[in-house]
Each structure stands twice: as C-alpha cells, then as structure tokens.
Ligand binder design. Structure first.
Ligand SMILES: Cc1ncc(COP(=O)(O)O)c(C=O)c1O
Length: 472
C-alpha cells in the first residue's frame, strides 16, 4: 500500500511557471498605469482592432528584432496578437486548413499533448500523423517519404479537390500542416539544427505545407554548463523557422510565390510573464498575419486579450519585461535546470537512466526527457511514483499522437519539469524517482530469479504476469 501519506506532494508533471517567478508587482504597476490613463484604458476596455493592440504589435516587433537579429527587422504588420499559442493554433487551423482538403497534420513526436485536441476540434480526428525526431529535431526525410505516400494516395483528387470551406481572399488552404516546437521542445527538450530548419522550409514549399512553430520557449535559454557563467542569453542562437522562410532562396514573398509563406511562429507571454494573461502573438508574412486576424471569432469579438495587451505593451515599452526575462527568469530557470540535472546524475544515471542533455551548449525550456532502463515502463514508474512516493511525473505515452495506427511510441520514457516545483523540491523529487526505479528493478530481479529457478528445477511452465518478469 501507499507509503506516501507522510510525504509532501512533488509534482514534476505540471508545466507551469513557479508562482515564485510570476512578476505580479510588475503587472500590477502596468495595470495601474493602463487603467488610470484614459487614452490606454478606453481602447483597452473596448473591442480591439482585428490584428490586436497596435502598440503591443510594435513593441513585440522591436523585441523580436533585438532578440533574433533577423536579416530584415521584424515589422508590426507581420504580427497578429493572439490569446496565447493554443488559441492561435486554433485560429490558424480555422483560417488555413480544411478537414477535407488538408491531407494530414504531421506532428514531431514526442509531442505537446494538449495540441492534439486542438487539431481534432478543427476536424482532423484520424488525420494526425507522428513524425520521429532525433537530436537535430524532426526527421525531415521520414516526413518527405510519408507526405509523398499520402500524395500518391490522393493522386486522383488533384483535379477536383473537395473542400468544406469557402474561398476567401485573405486566406489560403494548405494541403498539409506540420507542427513543431523548434527550440527546447516540450516534451523532449530537443532543439532543431539550422540545417534541419532549412530542409523543413524547402519541404514545406515543395508540398504546400503550413509549418506551425510553437516558439514559446525561445526566450528561456542559457549556457548548458556553468563555465560560461550563470547569466542567460539576450540573443537567440538560431534563427526561427519563420525567419528562414522569409529570406531563403528568394524568400516567402519573392517572385513566383503567393506571399502567404509556409511558416507561422506562435509566441506567447505564458512562459515569460504569466499564462493567466492569455496573451501571445503569431508572426508570419504580412498576408498570413492579416489572414489569421480575419478568423470569424476575431472579426466578431475583436482582437483577443485586448485589455491584458495594454499591460504587456507597457512592460515591453518600459523594458521591464525584457529585464524580468534576462535578469530573473533565465538565471532562475538555469539554476533549477542545473539542480535537476545534477540530481539526475546522482540518483538516476547510476540506475541506467539516460537523458538527452549532456554535451549540448545551450539548454533551455522547462523539461528534461528521461529514458528508463529496460525493462521498466514509464506508465508503471509513474503509477508507482504516485502510490509509493507521492510523486507525479509524466509518462511517455501521454506524448504519443492519438489515432495514428503507425504512431511512434514512448513506453520507456518519462518527462520531468523543473519550472513548477520550488527549487529545493527538485532534488528531492528526482531522489524519490530514483527510489521508485530502484525498487522496481529489485522486484524485477527477484521475479526473474524465481522464474529461472522454476524453469531449471522442474521445467514447469510458469507465467508470472503480475509482479513477475512481465510486470513492466
Ligand atoms: C509547446 C507548447 N505550446 C503551447 C503551449 C501553451 O501555450 P499558451 O499558454 O500560450 O497557450 C505550451 C504550454 O505548455 C507548450 O509547451
């Protein structure tokens, strides 16, 4: 039975920012200013323009230019304010996909699990496909082969493609949608290499794909080793996929192209300020940014998050949000990451657990992805963690793409988050996970021993399903 009752709960599943990192006093100051200044308060409390609060669009564009140093500065006409990356994904699908015409949603796997329902709500139940990733990100060659197969299957519909949605001048319907988290992915923490990003853009152009990038962890990066100092990174080390699309081989708006481009970048204030703000942005070509602003729900209600946009806009204009990210969040998350990684080295690596981080120059995001030694299973370890140690971790199966008969599976993996729990609970959480794994290995060994003895002594067939060799 449970031995956990006396232990405080440690939740390493929850992918939220720690309450100690929420900038409540900054937001309060911005809210006070916004609500006591009629020229800010009145538009903030009314319906907003379809593309969102104009000052926020400008401030975001300036910050993105500063952080990514793209070849061309980012301008506000490429930005549309969203209600966060999740809502933005829903709006992008409303405007740019069609459940009949769009062949499939290709999802880099393991994948952010809460995106699945957004795709299914948009009519893509049964059309989600998993694509493996390696340590350079999504496997573009695998994706190419699978898209080619799908195109072959639909060869006949090329001349008479059916579509549920009417044609609109502000939109286009893509044949495929690809979903990736290029930097410090949730859950694997993998970042895509530059070469992979370029290949992805070329593939997207060749097969009429919209690549939706959740770029929500980009501002949360730091040197992986302490030798490079403890401060974070004021500049992103790699261009975003959307920046590559803008300039590669004539660029998304170059001659012969329709100007919509093939990439949408979802940014969010959830991880860098507070998810309760429900404010983010989407960036693409001018046509794409305008198109998404024309989603029916936005046309009717005006831009999402209009009031909170005024707060965030002030924080960016004052430079306070940037300083919060560079001066508070990055160092705090870097310290948490290092605490967790050294606990993993101490408590889990000796048991045979592996993880993806060692050797990388830049770490970031919220998560560490662990692979358990054979024959342990993530789901079983997660269950025992809850029962024996009052510990919650996310088993790999949660991140498998649903409804894909050939789906890529993660039975031996577990995701742990270093952003939510108090820092001093991280080492304890990993130590408890070590206890669970050790206990499971002992029980597995004992069961193996019994199995061998039985086999040798009387060659009787013994099936030890529960608590035996097959237990994991
Ligand atoms: C990859 C990814 N996309 C989107 C989200 C949700 O973002 P938002 O709060 O902006 O909707 C998360 C949150 O965990 C995430 O990890």
């Amino acid at each position: 039975m449970s031995s956990s009752t006396s232990k405080p709960l440690i939740n390493l599943l929850r992918g939220w920012p720690s309450t100690s990192l929420l900038p409540a006093s900054l937001v309060k100051r911005a809210a006070d200013t916004a609500l006591t200044t009629p020229s800010i308060a009145h538009p903030g409390l009314l319906y907003g323009p379809d593309s969102g609060h104009p000052n926020l669009r400008k401030s975001i564009a300036a910050w993105l230019t500063d952080f990514y140093h793209p070849q061309e500065p980012v301008r506000d006409d490429r930005i549309c304010i969203s209600g966060g990356a999740s809502q933005s994904l829903g709006c992008l699908l409303q405007v740019f996909s069609d459940p009949i015409y769009t062949r499939a949603i290709w999802i880099s796997s393991p994948a952010y699990m809460l995106a699945f329902r957004i795709f299914e709500d948009a009519g893509f139940h049964g059309k989600l496909r998993s694509v493996p990733e390696d340590d350079e990100g999504i496997d573009v060659e695998f994706l190419r082969r699978e898209i080619q197969k799908t195109e072959q299957e639909h060869r006949g519909d090329r001349d008479s493609p059916s579509m549920l949605k009417p044609k609109r001048p502000w939109s286009k319907i893509y044949r495929h949608v690809i979903y990736v988290v290029p930097n410090h992915s949730n859950p694997s923490s993998v970042s895509m290499s530059l070469e992979r990003r370029e290949h992805l853009v070329r593939l997207a152009r060749e097969f009429d794909c919209l690549v939706v990038c959740d770029d929500v962890y980009d501002f949360l990066q730091w040197p992986a080793s302490t030798e490079s100092g403890d401060s974070g990174l004021r500049q992103c080390t790699l261009p975003r996929v959307v920046d590559i699309d803008r300039v590669l081989e004539g660029g998304a708006e170059g001659p012969g192209r329709d100007g919509f481009g093939n990439v949408a970048s979802n940014g969010s204030f959830s991880k860098i300020c507070g998810p309760g703000l429900r404010t983010g942005w989407v960036q693409g070509t001018r046509k794409l940014a305008y198109g998404v602003s024309q989603a029916g729900t936005t046309r009717s209600g005006g831009a999402p998050s209009q009031l909170t946009s005024t707060y965030v806009s002030l924080l960016l204009e004052w430079g306070e949000l940037q300083e919060h990210v560079y001066g508070t969040l990055q160092p705090a998350l870097a310290a948490r990451y290092r605490t967790m990684v050294s606990a993993i080295e101490k408590h889990l690596v000796p048991l045979g657990v592996t993880y993806a981080q060692p050797g990388k120059e830049v770490a970031g995001g919220y998560f560490v992805w662990l692979s358990l030694p054979e024959p342990l299973k993530g789901a079983e370890v997660a269950r025992l963690g809850r029962e024996q140690q009052n510990l919650i971790v996310a088993e790999g199966e949660m991140f498998e793409v649903p409804g894909d008969s050939k789906r890529i599976k993660f039975p031996r993996d577990v995701r742990v988050c270093f952003a939510w729990e108090a820092e001093d609970m991280l080492e304890q959480g990993i130590a408890r996970l070590g206890q669970v794994i050790l206990e499971a290995q002992r029980r597995g060994n004992m069961a193996d021993g019994i199995q061998r003895e039985t086999d040798e002594n009387d060659r009787k067939k013994t099936t030890m399903v529960e608590g035996g060799a097959n237990y994991w």
